[in-house]
Design a protein around this ligand. Structure first.
Ligand SMILES: [Cu+2]
Length: 226
């Protein structure tokens, strides 16, 4: 009699410890706030949180996290690249990107150029301006593997933005709206990539427009907007 009662007690105790530790495990895997919740909470709630947190891409409603992420990124409507001179150059300024329903409007304001000079402007593959000559930004941003071209050509590198021309004081203001980019959407997103201004004109020739050395470089980051 005594022995069986002890065994029963042990079984119940084991079951209790097991269920509590299982609960802790589930809550711990979900979120930090869940872990601090009392263990007396109905088991269904943390279990649901758990499955949602652990399986963002699968199960019922499994697209919701991916959709939410896509929406969050697509909601970024303003970006800016602060352009700094490469070694030996004085070109500097800003290149702003504004997303609209029709495309992306890019506005460049660059100072420190030779009066009346014309310069290629491109989005390059990497937002890496650690190199003194802009080389670490890589080649033109070309996710669709097109040939190089000027903005008049629909089929061109996504990063081909044409040319800007300085006024008598060496300041250039250039504005272009393109439909082959997005700031952070699904269609050729440019966020985190680089902008390069070259010493020469982009003549549209292959493979990259014969624009020569890089005189200013910047990284496209999320802007505060209006
Ligand atoms: Cu370039």
């Amino acid at each position: 009699m005594k022995k069986s009662a002890l065994v029963l007690t042990a079984v119940i105790a084991f079951a209790f410890v097991y269920s509590v530790s299982a609960m802790h495990h589930e809550e711990g895997a979900a979120t930090q706030t869940a872990a601090t919740q009392p263990t007396t909470q109905p088991a269904t709630q943390p279990a649901m949180q758990h499955s949602k947190a652990m399986h963002p891409m699968g199960g019922m409603g499994g697209h919701s996290d991916a959709d939410a992420h896509a929406k969050q990124m697509a909601a970024i409507n303003d970006a800016v690249a602060v352009m700094v001179p490469t070694e030996g150059s004085s070109a500097h300024g800003t290149v702003r990107f504004h997303q609209t329903d029709d495309g992306v409007t890019i506005t460049a304001n660059i100072a420190g150029l030779d009066p009346g000079s014309t310069h290629a402007i491109h989005v390059h593959q990497f937002g890496d301006i650690t190199g003194a000559h802009g080389k670490s930004a890589g080649g033109h941003y070309n996710p669709m593997s097109h040939d190089h071209g000027l903005p008049e050509q629909d089929a061109r590198h996504a990063g081909d933005l044409g040319n800007l021309t300085a006024d008598d004081e060496g300041n250039a203001h250039y504005e272009i709206t393109v439909t082959n980019l997005s700031i952070a959407g699904l269609h050729n997103p440019v966020i985190g990539r680089g902008v390069i201004i070259h010493i020469q004109v982009d003549d549209g020739g292959q493979p990259t427009g014969n624009a020569g050395a890089r005189i200013a470089m910047g990284v496209i980051g999320i802007a505060k907007g209006e």
